[in-house]
Design a protein around this ligand. Structure first.
Ligand code: FDA
Length: 394
């Protein structure tokens, strides 16, 4: 065992929240991470361009046991504050859609920016360092770490949990923050995969539709999103599906509108009058991808051409297009989920500082906390805002 190192603040996790916190937490900061490189999820995010925030960021875009919890941090470090930082570092950016801001060039620029900021603040960064044990000896936190096969002890007044959630274990997600939180008596709410594709059984017959994408509406439990819907070999994906997956409860249906607002019933009736010998699917394919049109006509059991269809049958077809109810068998789980829903119970934390109410010096930030954003840059904004709240308080 090597001799002790003494730090003011030990941050576990050199991801989005950990690096950002280091930049704001004053002197004497050590960040440790078991990965080979910092900010790996940032690097792969947004298709390699990092959707780093959202111009429309507001508390309504977050799920949590306490929907008010995120308000203070989001208000005190906003999307505009982060955008200022990006501009200070001369990183070119653009809005893609729905307020989502991306780097023009590479997500690596955001990682570099955060590492530069943490280094400028004087933080040390130890990579490929595992956490063996953490305890509090009455005076401060004592961490036993493992690095290059050797164990070393680090003492720190403050401990910041920033090891993220459980999504994508292949990238090093471990759930360590939850275990340490529980060890110190902080409750952890049930966790599950969020922003994740749905899977369906063979009997749903969706397989032939794999590869089709439509701009649509997905709804579950009264919450809906208008964005692309993608049929996959395993089920459903695309932004609208990922968004509703966070609101979905097992065993309940998801309702799809495959052409929101399109006057398809009127179009079919008009076509029936003008050229009743046309096939229903041919006319439908003017509004939907051909393969999808064929599938829907077949699934609705419509035989013959347009002239053979009553208003009631055309209406039934349109009702299916506008309200196709499907009950997923499950989701693809943490293997592909973008985020983890649930986490360290916000009741145990001070919303201004992210400090544990019952454990002075213990902080939790980022994805490990029970605050989960929509798709579109919201989760990174939560990482930045919660990290700055803790950093300033330290
Ligand atoms: P994060 O996961 O970033 O960091 C945790 C760190 O802790 C990691 O470096 C990890 O190695 C380390 N760690 C974990 N366990 C450890 C242990 N036992 N010991 C030591 N270190 C440990 N969000 C968004 O807003 N816009 C986007 O474009 C995307 N895109 C996106 C794509 C993909 C594929 C995924 C999986 C996720 C996204 N997200 C996203 C979500 C976003 O990546 C996520 O919300 C943040 O990275 C959370 O930041 P944290 O710092 O909390 O965790």
């Amino acid at each position: 065992m090597q001799s002790d190192s003494q730090y003011q603040t030990l941050i576990l996790g050199a991801g989005a929240a950990g690096l950002m916190c280091a930049a704001h937490a004053g002197p004497g900061v050590l960040i440790v991470d078991h990965a080979r490189a910092p900010g790996e999820k940032i690097r792969i995010s947004g298709g390699g361009r990092c959707n780093f925030t959202n111009m429309q960021c507001s508390p309504e875009a977050f799920l949590s046991g306490n929907p008010h919890f995120c308000k203070s941090a989001l208000k005190r470090y906003t999307q505009w504050d982060f955008l200022d930082l990006v501009e200070q570092h001369r990183i070119a950016w653009h809005e893609k859609t729905l307020g989502q801001l991306f780097c023009d060039d590479s997500a690596r620029q955001i990682v570099t920016m955060l590492c530069d900021e943490a280094r400028r603040a004087g933080a040390d960064l130890w990579l490929q360092t595992g956490v063996v044990d953490i305890r509090h000896d009455g005076d401060g936190f004592v961490a036993v770490l493992e690095r290059d096969g050797a164990r070393l002890t680090v003492r720190a007044r403050n401990l910041v949990l920033a090891t993220g959630g459980k999504s994508i274990p292949k990238m090093g997600a471990t759930g360590l923050a939850y275990r340490i939180a529980e060890q110190f008596g902080l409750p952890v709410t049930e966790t599950r995969a969020g922003l994740v594709p749905f899977t369906f059984g063979e009997e749903t017959g969706l397989k032939p539709l794999a590869g089709i994408a439509v701009p649509g509406r997905a709804e579950t439990a009264g919450t809906s999103f208008d964005e692309a819907i993608l049929f996959t070999h395993r089920g459903l994906s695309g932004p609208a599906i990922l968004q509703v997956s966070s609101y979905w409860a097992e065993g309940t249906p998801v309702r799809l509108d495959l052409a929101p607002g399109a006057p398809i019933f009127e179009a079919l009736r008009a076509a029936r009058q003008q050229s009743g010998r046309r096939a229903v699917a041919t006319v439908l394919a003017e509004h939907l991808p051909k393969r999808l049109a064929d599938h829907l006509v077949q699934a609705e059991g419509l035989t013959g051409n347009l002239a053979d269809q009553s208003d009631a049958r055309l209406r039934a077809l349109c009702d299916r297009i506008a309200g196709w109810e499907l009950t997923p068998t499950g989701t693809e789980g943490y293997r592909t989920a973008e985020v983890t829903l649930g986490g360290i119970d916000t009741d145990a934390l001070d919303s201004r500082t992210m400090q544990a109410r019952a454990v002075p010096g213990l902080y939790a930030i980022g994805e490990c906390v029970d605050v989960t954003g929509w798709l579109g840059g919201y989760n990174f904004q939560w990482a930045w805002s919660s990290a700055v709240a803790a950093g300033r308080a330290i």
